[in-house]
Design a binder for this molecule. Structure first.
Ligand code: SAM
Length: 352
């Protein structure tokens, strides 16, 4: 029965919400195996066996927002704040480049003081020195700012919707708006960025229906990349006492997202690797094709604490790039050291 539904959602131009919910509700071991095997087959068919690497640099933990789940929220007064200099970022890029990685992800909290021209000069300096793609992930900004960075050479932008349910989104983000998030995703697409989105699994108030709606949202918007990870409670947040997201549910959402979006880049997220064990391996077997080794300098890595016990927090910058080979081998795959640009046909693109 689950196999029929999997075939149906795979073939449908727009899958039925009920079918996605039905699959997400499966819990028997055999059914889970059917879901993950199906998704792994689709991953192989559309993305091949190569695992693409994105080197992450968390360059600032300053944030003007108060997202109820995130340790970087502005009300967390216990967190020491940092910002890397341009020179520090370039030296991280040098490490990343020496590991043959072809994408840098520049991520930060949503800084009030971020000078768009400073970030422009960082982008230009990276492009002048290295042959690598740049993904930005610095939150909600104006279209003008997005445009400046695109013209300077930025290739991609990651902005997760977190949940596509407006009521749930608004209940987790005081002072922000769901409409502005959608506006940003639209602007990014119009400017020609490869756009990444994603959600968190295990938020209170989330249901199988809202998760199925998230998957449809990913499909409708034809995102180039989609990051799916469990919610992990942080003690200095409003959601400190809530349960973390479940592994199996996270993997089911990942698998179904692969099945319906087919050729989007899907990382086995660091959050998935930061639970009781390294579930990124299971992520790679359930549809993921990307890993994100961390190149933030050790002394700052600990301060980019969006959730506690983040994976490899005490490893020096880039140390994990060597264990990526190991991870790939453990699932019978290999590291693909190419840029890993979008596989989407952009001629029919729309967004949000
Ligand atoms: N400021 C940028 C933005 O809002 O897109 C990027 C930085 S933000 C810290 C990066 C991601 O961290 C968010 O999109 C969210 O999914 C994730 N995150 C934050 N808190 C988390 C938590 N407690 N558990 C799991 N993921 C979390």
């Amino acid at each position: 029965m689950v196999k029929d539904k999997l075939e149906k959602v795979f073939s449908a131009p727009t899958p039925e919400l009920n079918d996605l919910e039905f699959i997400l509700a499966r819990e028997k071991p055999q059914e889970l195996e059917d879901i993950f095997n199906f998704s792994d087959r689709i991953r192989k068919q559309f993305m091949g066996d190569g695992i693409i690497l994105r080197g992450l640099i968390e360059f600032s933990n300053h944030c003007r927002n108060s997202c109820f789940y995130c340790g970087l929220n502005k009300n967390n007064k216990t967190l020491e704040r940092f910002r890397l200099s341009k020179e520090e970022i370039l030296s991280c890029c040098e490490k990343l480049d020496s590991c043959k990685i072809k994408t840098v992800v520049l991520q930060s909290g949503e800084e009030d003081d971020l000078d768009p021209l400073w970030l422009k000069s960082v982008i230009e300096a990276i492009k002048a020195e290295f042959e690598i793609a740049i993904t930005l992930s610095v939150g909600e900004r104006t279209k003008e700012e997005y445009g400046i960075w695109k013209n300077a050479g930025a290739d991609r932008y990651l902005l997760k919707i977190e949940t596509s349910n407006k009521e749930l989104y608004d209940s987790l983000h005081s002072g922000m708006s769901f409409e502005n998030r959608l506006r940003c995703l639209r602007d990014l697409r119009e400017l020609g960025y490869q756009v990444g989105c994603g959600n968190m699994i295990g938020l209170k108030g989330q249901t199988l229906k809202t998760l199925a709606q998230d998957i449809l949202f990913f499909k409708e918007n034809n995102f180039d990349m989609i990051g799916i990870g469990p919610f992990i409670p942080h003690p200095q947040t409003r959601l400190a006492s809530q349960k973390k997201g479940e592994v199996e549910l996270t993997l089911k959402v990942l698998a179904l997202t692969r099945i319906v979006t087919k050729n989007a880049h899907l990382p086995a997220t660091t959050a998935l690797g930061s639970l009781e064990e390294d579930f990124r391996i299971r992520g790679l077997k359930a549809g993921a094709n990307v890993l994100m080794p961390n190149f933030t300098p050790l002394k700052y890595k600990k301060l980019y604490e969006i959730y506690p016990n983040k994976r490899c927090i005490s490893e020096p910058a880039g140390a994990c790039s060597s264990c990526m080979e190991e991870l790939a081998r453990s699932v019978g795959r290999y590291i693909d050291y190419s840029r890993g640009d979008s596989r989407k046909d952009r001629s029919s693109a729309t967004c949000a």
